[in-house]
Ligand binder design. Structure first.
Ligand SMILES: Cc1ncc(COP(=O)(O)O)c(C=O)c1O
Length: 431
């Protein structure tokens, strides 16, 4: 005999009651209900929730600007001149970087371009860039345009590592095959830490080792990895990495992003390095000389003075990460996704398939809905009408992320209950 549904929800509630990270949920603002139910927010892979503290951080800078005008650069409570450095320790912690290897700056695609300007150094024989075939479009556009900028043709110079049709996952043997066949022509490998579409967590250490063994430089796009899984960039030694701060980092829409440059490159200055005054050594920047005296470390890659109001919420969020700790968050994340998968298996085995490899996952599971008699998109719309915040990716994937800072086991339970109703084309009774 199956237990009544509410008994199961009690189980979720008891898991929440025992959760050592459970109180962090109360430090975030959840969106309002649109259709009369408590929202279930599973969109941390797209836009993380607002830390309540973010308001105070932004407010402080607005007040200091009002009070001090230009003097705020030196005399704000958090002076703006070195403001970006307030993010450095937190970013080092989350990325496993050594001092000097990270900087908060710009946005993700801009950073990919800046870093490729330095680290994509094609020669007549080694000029190709290897990406994955399901790469986020911005990464593809960025790589293709860098290829064009250096006088090559992306149709020939952009190589793709494709997932296998059978399981939609990327397999390392296929990557090795490309490296064995074409490695000598590949100048740069540009790959994600966590794949945005199927949620697959790649073995970044292994990727870096294989690229290096093939004589290729490697850059990592950590948009879906930072704040989601522990990282050890200094040890793994990609040449560079970049990320955005608005997903698991909860830095707010368009928040200031980040970049990593491995210590081995911090002394070298590529002839194609793009320069701006904020990459100039701070001690001599304001002499306004015509010659460039570069900053030490990843700060060399900065171009402009940072947008303080978009960096303030990132600081608020990094404080929360410091308290919670990425290792504890990862443990909870694995439990949440395991629970989600278990409930899906119990209740929706015939209609919902998880395409995320469970042995290689972050906080996101990507779900395909089939055999319901409804178009998959209709199921997604039914979900949205029940105040579930998930997202849809063509042609048939619903992405959900259980962000361990603010998602609960009860969220997971409620999501599955609402998904069950959505695939049946009905609404469950409100609770
Ligand atoms: C994997 C990946 N790369 C690049 C981007 C583009 O980011 P931005 O608009 O901040 O440059 C995104 C945005 O979601 C992303 O998920």
């Amino acid at each position: 005999m199956t237990a009544p549904v509410d008994t199961h929800r009690d189980l979720a509630l008891s898991l929440d009651a025992a959760d050592e990270l459970g109180t962090f949920r109360g430090r975030f603002n959840f969106p309002q209900s649109r259709h009369g139910r408590p929202p279930v927010y599973l969109c941390g892979h797209s836009l993380g929730l607002q830390p309540k503290e973010a308001v105070r951080y932004v407010q402080q800078e607005l007040e200091d600007w009002a009070r001090l005008g230009v003097e705020g650069h030196f005399h704000a409570r958090r002076p703006w001149l070195p403001y970006h450095r307030l993010a450095t320790a937190g970013l080092c912690e989350l990325t496993g970087a050594a001092t000097g290897e990270v900087v908060a700056m710009n946005s993700l695609t801009v950073n990919l371009h800046l870093l490729m300007a330095s680290f994509y150094r094609p020669s007549p024989s080694r000029y190709k860039i290897l990406i994955e075939s399901t790469a986020f479009p911005s990464d593809r556009f960025a790589a293709a345009s860098q290829i064009r900028l250096r006088g090559f043709d992306p149709a020939e110079a952009l190589l793709e590592w494709a997932p296998r049709a059978a399981d939609q996952a990327l397999h390392i043997d296929d990557l090795q095959h490309i490296l064995d066949e074409s490695g000598e022509q590949i100048a740069l490998v540009l790959l994600p830490g966590v794949q945005y579409y199927n949620g697959q967590l790649l073995d970044m250490k292994d990727l870096c080792a294989r690229a290096r063994a093939g004589g290729c430089r490697i850059g990592l796009d950590l948009a879906h990895a930072i704040g989601n899984v522990p990282l050890a960039l200094h040890e793994w030694a990609p040449d560079f990495a970049a990320w955005c701060s608005y997903k698991y980092l909860n830095g707010g829409p368009g928040a200031v992003a980040g970049a990593f440059v491995h210590a081995q490159h911090l002394d070298g200055n590529a002839p194609t390095q793009l320069l701006g005054w904020w990459g100039h050594a701070e001690e001599t920047r304001f002499r306004m000389a015509a010659t460039f005296d570069g900053a030490r470390g990843a700060e060399l890659w900065q171009l402009s003075n940072p947008p303080i109001l978009s960096l303030a919420p990132v600081l608020a969020s990094l404080e929360i990460f410091k308290e919670a700790g990425i290792d504890r968050l990862r443990r909870k994340s694995l439990r949440l996704t395991a629970y989600l998968r278990q409930l899906l298996e119990q209740r929706l085995r015939d209609t919902v398939t998880t395409i995320t490899p469970m042995h290689a996952r972050g906080s996101q599971l990507s779900l395909c809905v089939t055999g319901t008699g409804l178009a998959p998109r209709e199921v997604f719309q039914n979900l949205a009408r029940q105040d579930v915040f998930a997202d849809w990716r063509e042609p048939n994937v619903i992405r959900v992320a259980t962000a361990p800072l603010y998602n609960s086991f009860a969220d997971v339970f409620d999501f599955v209950e609402r998904l069950d109703a959505a695939v049946k084309g009905r609404r469950p009774p409100p609770r």
